[in-house]
Design a protein around this ligand. Structure first.
Ligand code: HEC
Ligand code: HEC
Ligand code: HEC
Ligand code: HEC
Length: 448
């Protein structure tokens, strides 16, 4: 049987398309966009970092200013080492099958966040995608700095030119984590993917850095080499960067699939998904809104507003206006979301820069804590995402403030109060804003 010429043409066209399309799909992975764009900087695989006198020691060493057992921490305790394996789990296969993607370990959309997904021409022979999110997934391609980075006389700026990613800078660090933990223009986690069975994404920079767990110490040496470290500041910059990237996603949201609304993953999941017998809405003082409206996930906008209210009040007011406008536009599908999101991005960029340049004092910390607790006691944290973010913030701020201070008063041990707050969130389907409010009453922020 001879193939018709038309059929052959179609195959040829498809083959060409595959060739044309594959490199650009691979290139669209956010990691490679964030990392250095130098064809000579190759990804060499974590085996290149794991010898015992480098980062593969069994236990923490005291010879250099880093722990040297980072590989073990990552391999044995860090979920990023299992990120590729997750694609092969029952859940991973089910998601891919529900989406009609075939083999989940070959689907670019999954690989982007579940491996160090970089184009073939940037991989050296020792690179393995099956390592998941490896050292270089965060620290950048290692070929050019592998031999120089352990020499203390090499300037950090020089290492960065060679491709070391700037994880010291909290904005860049947050941008990196969020590219996978929120998604960005190049790798979106859509409602379609979630409805196929993917977990809902939650992220907060400090809490998740601790949970990863950390493979470095914030000690005197860290502070000497880097900068004074303050969790409250790291959290604040993380929220502002989250807000920026959220607005960036919202800006492109007209590309939403299968819905009357902009992309549904940008919304509060539970405004659609919670049990209708568990009524969460009640009218707050002076509130004009009516019940039963779909709500955007505005948790990072609210947190950044609270931070700005304290650190740079004129920007707090502007974020407040932005929040109101975005809520309105995204409730009723009025269009023009792009324009307002774009303006919001400029605002958030400015606020991020201000936060990075400012010292956050204990008094700032307590004023921020006070606002979060007040908002919660008023019952404004009706949306699960804002409740989650507020509880994480309360946990880390109370930990960061001096323990012997009179800044706040908890009825009982503060760690028990925080535990109680986390318990309110333990079953998202049973989340009750009233219970959160009651638990918040156990924390009294004192006037300073
Ligand atoms: C935008 C980035 C992103 C994309 C795209 C993405 N994931 Fe994920 N995935 C994550 C993150 C982040 C987590 C961890 C969520 C958490 O626990 O906070 C995760 C968790 C998972 C889990 C649960 C893992 C566990 O240990 O519980 C599975 C399974 C999974 N993803 C499969 C997939 C599949 C299959 C695809 C492709 C259809 C995909 N993911 C696409 C970021 C992504
Ligand atoms: C998910 C991202 C991620 C992965 C994966 C990762 N790291 Fe890190 N690593 C970081 C961040 C973030 C920091 C801290 C940056 C800061 O606060 O200065 C860090 C810090 C370090 C430090 C201390 C650097 C210093 O100057 O004090 C070393 C050493 C290190 N990582 C090695 C590794 C090695 C080796 C691997 C793989 C086995 C690895 N990391 C995997 C994100 C990551
Ligand atoms: C290239 C994408 C990517 C980057 C960059 C990334 N992560 Fe992840 N992260 C994932 C995926 C995928 C998972 C889920 C892995 C699994 O469970 O199998 C995950 C899981 C986690 C978890 C466990 C969550 C849970 O619910 O158990 C923490 C904590 C975490 N990441 C923190 C961070 C931090 C902090 C950063 C930035 C320093 C970061 N991640 C950067 C993709 C990424
Ligand atoms: C505007 C309302 C709306 C929002 C907001 C929304 N969803 Fe959905 N979701 C739906 C609808 C409608 C379906 C289809 C339900 C069905 O097929 O029975 C669905 C289906 C799902 C399913 C599959 C349920 C099943 O049993 O088939 C999951 C999981 C899911 N959504 C998760 C999420 C997550 C996570 C979020 C937030 C990031 C979210 N949804 C936001 C309306 C929404």
């Amino acid at each position: 049987m001879t193939l018709s010429i038309k059929y052959v043409n179609t195959i040829l066209r498809l083959v060409c398309l595959v060739f044309l399309v594959t490199p650009s799909i691979a290139k669209s992975a956010s990691i490679q966009k964030l990392h250095i764009d130098n064809p000579d900087a190759k990804y060499i695989g974590s085996a290149s970092c794991s010898s015992s006198n480098c980062h593969g020691a069994g236990t923490v060493q005291n010879e250099t200013n880093v722990r040297q057992n980072e590989f073990n921490t990552w391999y044995n305790h860090d979920p990023h080492a299992n990120a590729y394996a997750a694609l092969k789990s029952e859940q991973g296969k089910q998601i891919a099958s529900n989406l009609g993607l075939g083999d989940s370990t070959k689907a670019q959309v999954c690989l982007n966040c579940h491996t160090t997904n970089v184009s073939e021409e940037r991989q050296s022979s020792r690179f393995r995608a099956s390592e998941g999110v490896s050292c270089e997934g965060c620290h950048g391609p290692g070929s050019l700095w592998l031999s120089s980075h352990s020499n203390p006389s090499t300037a950090r700026s020089e290492l960065m030119v060679q491709g070391l990613y700037d994880t010291w800078n909290s904005t860049s660090k947050a941008e990196l984590c969020l590219s996978c933990h929120l998604g960005d223009q190049n790798q979106r986690i859509t409602h379609k993917i979630m409805a196929a069975g993917h977990p809902r994404l939650v992220f907060e920079l400090v809490t998740f850095t601790d949970a990863q767990p950390r493979h470095y110490d914030v000690d005197e040496d860290y502070i000497n080499r880097k900068k004074p470290y303050r969790q409250i500041k790291e959290w604040a910059v993380g929220q502002a960067q989250y807000g920026y990237q959220f607005l960036d996603l919202l800006q492109g949201t007209d590309k939403s699939e299968n819905s009357l609304f902009p992309e549904l993953s940008m919304y509060e999941c539970h405004t659609c998904h919670h049990n209708p017998k568990n009524v969460r809405w009640n009218r707050l003082d002076g509130e004009k809104e009516t019940p039963g409206r779909i709500k955007i996930n505005g948790s990072s906008l609210l947190a950044t507003q609270i931070i700005a209210n304290v650190i740079a009040p004129e920007y707090g007011d502007r974020i407040g206006q932005l929040r109101a406008e975005i809520r309105k536009k995204t409730m009723s599908n009025e269009g023009n979301i792009s324009e307002i999101a774009n303006q919001g991005k400029q605002l958030f960029k400015t606020v991020t820069e201000i936060l990075r340049s400012r010292t956050i004092t204990n008094e700032d910390g307590i004023a921020i804590l006070e606002q979060i607790v007040t908002v919660g006691k008023k019952g404004t944290l009706r949306e699960l995402s804002s409740a989650e973010q507020s509880v994480m913030a309360i946990a880390l701020i109370t930990k960061d403030l001096p323990s012997n201070s009179n800044y706040f008063h908890a009825s009982g041990d503060i760690s028990n109060v925080v535990e109680g707050l986390y318990k309110v969130l333990s079953d998202e389907n049973a989340f009750s804003p009233q219970r959160l409010k009651n638990n918040l009453k156990k924390l009294k922020v004192l006037e300073n």
